[in-house]
Design a protein. Structure first.
Lengths: 420, 410
């Protein structure tokens, strides 16, 4: 063939210009702090090792779980008629079901078609598209992010070129919410600021405002005309009841806020690697929702054109079938209950060991994570001496705690903290 | 329940225009005429006009579903390792020295679009030149991807309306005038939308020119195997550039050649001068991906990896792939013959000279509008038709429409 002749015959090594790489000045990037933990865990040969790093659910044997409702959905989907492109906005059916979860089964906003929504690449993708949308249409705005938050939140808004501010959130002394400072920050922010709020099961602290506190926050947001953007990655996974976990959002909606919301099925349906989620923006009317949705799609097009179909099919199959949906709700509650049980067990173990420190926060906090209060040095000791892997901010993924390892974990935490 | 409580901060958002390509299908679906033809979006259709899931893909998917030990955990940021290695081998060749020398970093991305975007963001951050030259014309989404990533977009001459072929001298002149180090987007094969590809000899000249000016090649490979029917042949342009030891970027898509459209399966490869550089480059690619979607979707890549690593399934795939390519080639011949038979004015040989999914007919916007109105033929207004949307049954309708259009509309 013509090409082979050319390659073998005429092409020499590049000599016309410098032989060095275009990329010689590229620095090695720092490892992702969260995902790097699992890498280190996998590399550890110790039989006692425990991974309480990354936030993926594990059963009581420490094994990843594929929900039964998901397996059934996949059996039905396999052999599907086509793998055609979804529209840019994704699966309409899946988006519709997903909005009902967040906004309520009988939401007027849905009936009145006031919500602009697209399928997204899980929670990350939803946040990123919103950040880009915010940049494009409110170019003078910044985003207020709680301290602390999921580390990737900072990366997302930074890469979307939206300036960031922070607001007080976690209170280290009480290992709870610094409500007074948070309200101060909300009041002193310029009117009409954009705020990132964790709808439930705050990541990494597990500290959520109470219902009363949410009402006060919502009221103050009204006074200031702030924009609330909710990241809801754990609906159903926190309390075991999706309706209850959406309470913060429902309070804001009752107060008439026009919110934005990122939803993820990574944890609550165990669809992690499928990358399924939804971005929604509440608008004044249907016409505006059509316009906003079209613009959200314009941001998806140059990023990935249209979202992946498989995960969306699983979601719409599960939520669209009453029996599968019931099964899902049962399985979600099962996961949440196991985590709540693990919290109780860890706290009891530490108290039984005679720790003089207070471990109330383990059961006060909610969701996947516990902000233990351990220092980076104590975390390093846990890793080096006990082969326990977690992020250096002291965040424990409760999903990694089992009846089999809770005693070992409590003992290790007690060892490194008792001299504190 | 909730009522509007004041102005939305997005009250001034206007509705975006319909995507010109996807809008064609929207219009087609609205048309109530029983005899209509959709030659808009580039997705393969069978002789019966139906979408196709390859048999080998079905089998692979079933294998995965039946394997209850499989879980749905997050992939690493760079995606499925096995998939990445196999994708690199597919495009660069199993014996590629670049691969053997560990000079290639490959990351799983969301089909071709996602691969282009990640590559463009990387270039905007780490490459000293921020201008990319794209062929005139090119896929409508190319300029959007590069612009939003922070690159500035210029064009180089490519298609010659007079010959309905390559404006080779124009291409060489424009690349010659580009600043040293500029990025150049190249369609690896089956140029979209024109179907016009350089010959091997022309590719060699392009390569020499680009290397002598230090222009950085960024290949978009969306049709490997789909164009000629041969995976190796369709990869020759890329391999030619890799053989000379230089660097390049390659965006691969499995949308068409594996029919995986909606699963969004693709890969970005960056060929570097050394293994050490490749490692550093990969670490930086992760920083682009993590704040975009954290890690790529597992399903499609698992199917592709299953097929590529099993020699029987791989062979099965090449047979099904060739069948798709052959059907398209036969549609070209049929359409050409039909126009000859009607004595349609003009030279229509470009239909059989062009390659891949699309034919740039040379029809103008008025002629296209005429064909839509009178014959219910749906296509993009630039005169591009998706050959995959044709069948033996529908070729006569299209030939009649083209004949009428060129005879009555100027």
């Amino acid at each position: 063939m013509a090409f082979r002749r050319i390659i073998l015959g005429q092409v020499g090594r590049v000599g016309e210009r410098s032989m060095s790489s275009w990329w010689r000045n590229v620095q090695p990037a720092a490892k992702d702090p969260i995902l790097g933990v699992t890498e280190a865990f996998l590399a550890d040969p110790s039989p006692d090792k425990v991974n309480v790093g990354v936030g993926a659910y594990r059963d009581d044997n420490g094994k990843p779980v594929v929900l039964e409702c998901v397996r059934e959905a996949e059996r039905r989907i396999a052999g599907n008629l086509s793998m055609e492109y979804l529209p840019m906005g994704g699966s309409a059916k899946m988006v519709e079901e997903t909005l009902r979860l967040a906004y309520g089964e009988n939401s007027d906003l849905i009936k009145d078609k006031r919500i602009a929504a697209i399928q997204s690449l899980s929670g990350t993708g939803a946040c990123r598209i919103f950040a880009e949308f915010q940049r494009r249409f409110c170019p003078d705005s910044q985003i207020y992010i709680p301290v602390p938050t999921w580390a990737n939140h900072h990366n997302i808004w930074r890469d979307a070129h939206v300036p960031q501010r922070t607001f007080h959130y976690y209170h280290p002394e009480s290992r709870g919410l610094d409500f007074a400072s948070m309200m101060d920050d909300i009041k002193s922010a310029p009117n009409g600021s954009f705020f990132l709020l964790h709808a439930c099961a705050h990541n990494p602290t597990g500290v959520d405002p109470s219902e009363e506190q949410w009402r006060e926050i919502s009221y103050q947001f009204k006074v200031k005309g702030h924009f609330p953007f909710f990241d809801m990655a754990y609906q159903g996974f926190a309390s075991g009841d999706p309706e209850r976990d959406a309470k913060s959002i429902r309070i804001f909606l009752e107060d008439g806020h026009l919110i934005g919301c990122a939803q993820s099925y990574a944890k609550n349906m165990g669809l992690y690697g499928q990358r399924v989620g939804c971005l929604s923006v509440v608008c004044e009317d249907e016409k505006q929702a059509v316009a906003v949705k079209s613009q959200l799609q314009q941001l998806a097009r140059p990023m990935y054109s249209n979202p992946p179909t498989h995960g969306a099919l699983i979601v719409s199959t599960v939520l669209g079938d009453p029996n599968l949906k019931k099964l899902w709700l049962k399985e979600v509650k099962g996961m949440a209950d196991r985590i709540i049980g693990a919290r109780i067990a860890l706290r009891q173990n530490l108290e039984k060991l005679g720790s003089s420190l207070s471990w109330k926060h383990i059961t006060n906090q909610i969701g996947m994570f516990c902000y233990s209060g351990l220092t980076p040095e104590q975390v390093d000791r846990l890793t080096n001496e006990f082969h326990i892997y977690m992020t250096r901010n002291g965040r424990i993924s409760m999903a990694g705690v089992t009846t089999g390892n809770v005693g070992y974990l409590a003992n290790a935490i007690h060892e490194v903290s008792k001299s504190a | 329940m909730a009522s509007g409580h004041g102005d939305s901060v997005f009250a001034n958002v206007v509705r975006a225009p319909e995507d010109p390509i996807l809008g064609v299908t929207v219009a087609y679906n609205k048309d109530p005429s029983p005899k209509k033809l959709n030659l808009g979006v580039g997705a393969y259709r069978t002789e019966e006009g139906k979408p196709l899931v390859l048999n080998v893909v079905r089998r692979a998917e079933q294998m995965l579903v039946n394997d209850t030990s499989r879980v749905k955990e997050y992939l690493p940021i760079v995606g499925l390792a096995e998939f990445n290695k196999l994708s690199a081998k597919l495009i660069f060749g199993v014996d590629s020295p670049a691969i053997q020398e560990n000079r290639v970093t490959t990351v799983q991305c969301l089909s071709g679009t996602g691969s282009l975007r990640v590559g463009a963001e990387f270039l905007a951050r780490h490459y000293h030149e921020h201008t990319i030259y794209i062929p005139q014309p090119t896929w409508g989404n190319h300029p959007k991807v590069f612009t939003i990533a922070g690159l500035s977009v210029k064009t180089y001459r490519y298609y010659s309306p007079e010959t309905r072929g390559l404006d080779f001298q124009g291409l060489l002149d424009d690349l010659n005038a580009a600043p040293s180090g500029a990025i150049v987007l190249l369609h690896a094969c089956a140029h979209n939308p024109t179907g016009v590809d350089p010959t091997p000899e022309q590719w060699e000249q392009i390569r020499q020119l680009m290397r002598s000016k230090g222009l950085l090649p960024f290949f978009d490979s969306a049709y490997q195997g789909f164009a000629s029917g041969s995976l190796d042949e369709d990869a020759q342009s890329v391999r030619m550039f890799v053989s000379d030891g230089g660097e390049c970027l390659v965006a691969q898509s499995y949308a068409k050649n594996m029919g995986m459209y909606g699963e969004r399966v693709g890969a970005l490869s960056i060929v570097c001068k050394s293994a050490d550089v490749a490692v550093r480059v990969e670490s930086q690619l992760k920083l682009v991906i993590r704040p975009m979607y954290s890690n790529p979707p597992i399903h499609g890549a698992s199917i592709v990896a299953t097929i590529l690593k099993d020699s029987h399934m791989y062979d099965e795939w090449t047979v099904e792939l060739k069948a798709m390519a052959d059907r398209i080639i036969s549609m070209r011949q049929k359409l050409f013959d039909a126009l000859q038979a009607r004595g349609t004015p003009g030279d229509w040989s470009h239909i059989i000279k062009q390659i891949g999914m699309f034919t740039f007919t040379g029809l103008n916007a008025q002629q296209v509008a005429f064909m839509t109105k009178e014959y219910h033929i749906y296509m993009t207004s630039d005169g591009r038709i998706s050959m995959a949307g044709l069948s033996s049954q529908t070729v006569p309708l299209l030939a009649d429409a083209i004949h009428a259009a060129v005879s009555t509309v100027v």
